[in-house]
Design a binder for this molecule. Structure first.
Ligand SMILES: Cc1ncc(COP(=O)(O)O)c(C=O)c1O
Length: 372
């Protein structure tokens, strides 16, 4: 029905102008879509940094046990999963917030702490959701130039000091899409130099692939640190949407007030607890990733392609005219991620797959480059 007055979205949405600048998040092309569009049936997806092995077999049983209970809401406090995360991370249960994927937690953080007059600081080439959140909140997004594709913490510190309205600093470690990593000591020094009025959000979506890095103990030192993790990557549960944040208890209290009451599903809670308990699966995942990453590095060297050393389960490779190469790969059933949206038109991000996936990628890429 037409209302008598015209709908004025610009007045309705407080951050209207800023939201209009938003480019919707580009997800990796689903396998089904590629099959439909190009008629290729044997598709290899190396575009969303998922775990190519799948997930722990214990997850299936945990999910099956929940199937008779689907009419019932989940435990809104996620008690059992939080208890397991508390034991695993050696942290009080009051310091944990659960999310519908870690994206949900990044969103809850922005909604809790950032208003129109505030600023969010993040690095050039950092995970794109940070700049999107600044736009959604109608806040100022301050993108600090990267240093060798990674975070320049000195420049980020200066940006915070120059912009006293900064509320959040996002640091992705390892970073997506560049795969760069930071030393724990550098992160510690950075947080120590932050005003208490600024929250540092350390996004550790890929931390399982850098087991030598341990920033958890920084939470004992700093009340203004939040660590965000996910079950989507090494744990292989991207389809279920589960993440968590570790923080000081007062910050967690606030985040838990802001989040939706049932933001993690019954199946998600059970699956995450089962996945967390199977650390052998994580060890196996890292082992496969490490050996396949080494193999891919050698192949890129042999093809004369430059790449950025990665601390995660994907790798950024320099290829002239990457958008066209991405398209040619798609047409042959191999999905990777072009990085033009990040201002990197000559780079592709490739998720490390199983040996057969990686062989298919390299063979296809070689044939495209030879025929170019
Ligand atoms: C750095 C980083 N943070 C957060 C996320 C969000 O992951 P999810 O919402 O699946 O937990 C991703 C996903 O690609 C990511 O790369």
């Amino acid at each position: 029905m037409q209302s008598s007055q015209e709908l004025d979205l610009a007045r309705l949405a407080p951050a209207y102008d800023s939201i209009l600048q938003l480019v919707p998040y580009q997800t990796g092309k689903p396998v089904e879509e590629l099959t439909r569009e190009y008629g290729v049936s044997d598709v290899v997806k190396l575009a969303s940094n998922e775990n190519p092995i799948g997930c722990s077999p214990h997850v299936t049983l945990a999910i099956t046990e929940q199937l008779t209970q689907l009419a019932r809401y989940p435990d809104g406090n996620g008690y059992y999963l939080k208890q397991a995360l508390s034991d695993f991370n050696n942290i009080n249960i009051d310091c944990i917030t659960l999310g519908n994927g870690s994206d949900d937690l990044l969103d809850i953080l922005a909604r809790s702490f950032v208003g129109c007059d505030d600023a969010i600081v993040y690095s050039q080439y950092a995970f794109v959701v940070y700049s999107m959140l600044a736009k959604i909140q109608g806040a100022t997004g301050i993108e600090v130039p990267a240093q060798r594709f990674g975070h320049d913490l000195n420049a980020m510190r200066q940006a915070v000091l120059d912009n006293t309205n900064t509320k959040l600093v996002f640091i992705a470690n390892p970073n997506n899409p560049t795969g760069t990593g930071l030393e724990s000591e550098a992160i510690r020094e950075f947080i120590a130099s932050m005003p208490a009025s600024v929250l540092v959000v350390l996004d550790e979506a890929y931390i399982e692939y850098s087991p030598e890095t341990n920033n958890r103990t920084l939470l004992d030192e700093f009340d203004n640190l939040v660590i965000v993790r996910t079950f989507s990557k090494a744990y292989g549960l991207a389809g279920l949407r589960i993440g968590y944040a570790l923080s000081s208890a007062p910050v967690a209290d606030l985040l838990n007030r802001v989040r939706q009451p049932f933001n993690v599903s019954r199946i998600g809670l059970a699956a995450a607890a089962a996945a967390l308990a199977d650390q052998d699966f994580i060890a196996q995942t890292c082992k496969v990733n490490e050996s396949q990453m080494r193999w891919l590095n050698k192949q890129f060297d042999a093809l004369g392609l430059a790449f950025v050393k990665s601390h995660a389960n994907f790798i950024m490779v320099e290829i002239e005219d990457a958008v066209a190469i991405h398209q040619a790969l798609l047409e042959q059933g191999v999905i990777v991620r072009p990085l033009i949206g990040y201002g990197l038109p000559n780079w592709l991000r490739i998720t490390v797959g199983l040996a057969e996936d990686n062989t298919r990628l390299i063979d296809t890429l070689r044939s495209i480059l030879v025929n170019d």
